[in-house]
Design a protein around this ligand. Structure first.
Ligand SMILES: *Cc1c(COP(=O)(O)O)cnc(C)c1O
Length: 389
């Protein structure tokens, strides 16, 4: 069976270094706030081009703590995409603020700036764009809208570690000055704050849970840093109701070893995406039956997600995914239910037609940095068989 993701080859490349670093942490026995955590925060801040990076316990905590630092709470509205992992919205709801959904753009899978602007009310405080599947959202226009309406921008970078913003990447029609300022910046360095996840399957993954908050603001960094350790700058002199949300020393040690390899691994993902693109077109599976993701600069392909063209296919997406499994290819569906239709929010939101359509059409092909061409050929052969009989 070909899995959706195989982490073994990349771990194998660095296993001796990892063993050495983990053993060092064991010997030091500084499992909480060891020196590896500060080392990682420094290195990752420099890699991402941000002034501050704060390690936390998960991507979800990074979102929640960032929203708290931005002052979001009951009575506030936060606009985000309905086509994402639940945490993008959950982080808003858990703080007692109201999630407002703006539907996604047809081409990019990311939140549509025009629809964001249409949802702004006097209670709107922030926008959470998600760089879904590793493709940067249309940050140029989102930043312009935020500036115009005095809103904060929190980037959900859980799927976009290492991705770079390029105007053409997002199909951006923002003003030249905005484009110039943002061009070439990494995701997480564009908005007021960024939230990253080191869940093992993400582009930079730990060996367990982990997350990161980024910002260029000294004041936001100071609040977030306080909040992540029980609201205390000085231990036992708590000033805020905070969280116990630290990045473990062992995870920081693992991430320190992995960080220097992440660009190469992201390039491996891009190369695999390019190969899929070529093979699927060559086999005549696209554009007739499958809509393929655009390969744009800066995209780091956390997922290679295609859409089944329902009109031309005689089977549903779920039938196709089941058929592929029988043929030995395990494809995941991100996401089968758009957030506004989840049981927890049921009946609270109007229809989001693009997200609803995508939720019934998308599936992600197996993809990982060191995937072999032979494995990709097997995936394409199975797809051909499943689709064309
Ligand atoms: C994975 C993910 C998160 C949550 O990260 P955790 O580390 O699992 O808490 C948030 N948003 C998106 C888009 C994600 O993919």
């Amino acid at each position: 069976m070909i899995p959706p993701l195989d982490l073994a080859p990349e771990i194998d490349e660095i296993k001796f270094e990892i063993e050495k670093e983990i053993y060092r942490v064991l010997k030091e026995a500084r499992f909480i706030n060891g020196p590896e955590v500060r080392d990682f925060e420094r290195q990752v801040a420099s890699y991402l081009g941000v002034k501050h990076a704060i390690g936390v316990n998960s991507g979800t905590d990074a979102l929640v703590i960032s929203l708290r630092a931005l002052g979001i709470g009951p009575g506030d509205e936060v606009i985000t995409t309905p086509f994402s992992f639940f945490a993008s919205a959950e982080s808003v709801s858990v703080l007692g603020a109201e999630v407002v959904f703006a539907d996604v753009d047809e081409k990019t899978f990311n939140i549509d700036p025009a629809k964001v602007e249409a949802r702004i009310t006097p209670r709107t405080k922030a926008i959470i764009p998600v760089h879904l599947y590793g493709r940067p959202a249309n940050m140029g226009q989102i930043l312009e809208i935020a500036q115009k309406h005095k809103l904060a921008v929190l980037e959900d970078c859980a799927q976009s570690f290492g991705a770079t913003y390029q105007a053409q990447c997002a199909g951006c029609t923002c003003e030249a000055a905005t484009r110039e300022k943002a061009a070439g910046l990494k995701t997480g360095a564009l908005g007021d704050m960024g939230a990253f996840s080191f869940f093992p399957s993400k582009n930079l993954g730990a060996f367990g849970d982990g997350g990161l908050i980024t910002t260029n603001s000294d004041s936001l960094a100071a609040i977030a840093r306080k909040l992540h350790v029980h609201g205390a700058e000085k231990k036992y002199y708590n000033q805020l109701i905070g969280y116990n949300s630290r990045l473990d020393t062992i995870q920081a040690a693992v991430l320190n070893v992995k960080l220097p390899h992440v660009d190469r691994w992201n390039n491996g993902r891009r190369t695999a995406a390019q190969l899929y693109d070529m093979m699927l077109k060559q086999e005549g599976l696209s554009p007739e039956r499958l809509v393929l993701p655009e390969i744009v600069p800066g995209h780091v392909f956390h997922q290679y997600t295609v859409r089944l063209q329902k009109n031309s296919a005689r089977i549903t997406r779920d039938e196709l995914v089941a058929r592929l499994k029988v043929l030995g290819v395990n494809c995941m569906v991100y996401y089968p239910v758009p957030l506004h239709q989840l049981p927890v929010y049921s009946g609270q939101y109007p229809s989001m037609p693009v997200s609803e359509q995508f939720a019934s059409e998308v599936f992600s092909l197996p993809l990982w940095p060191l995937m072999t061409m032979n494995t990709q050929e097997q995936v394409v052969a199975a797809l051909k068989k499943a689709l064309l009989g």
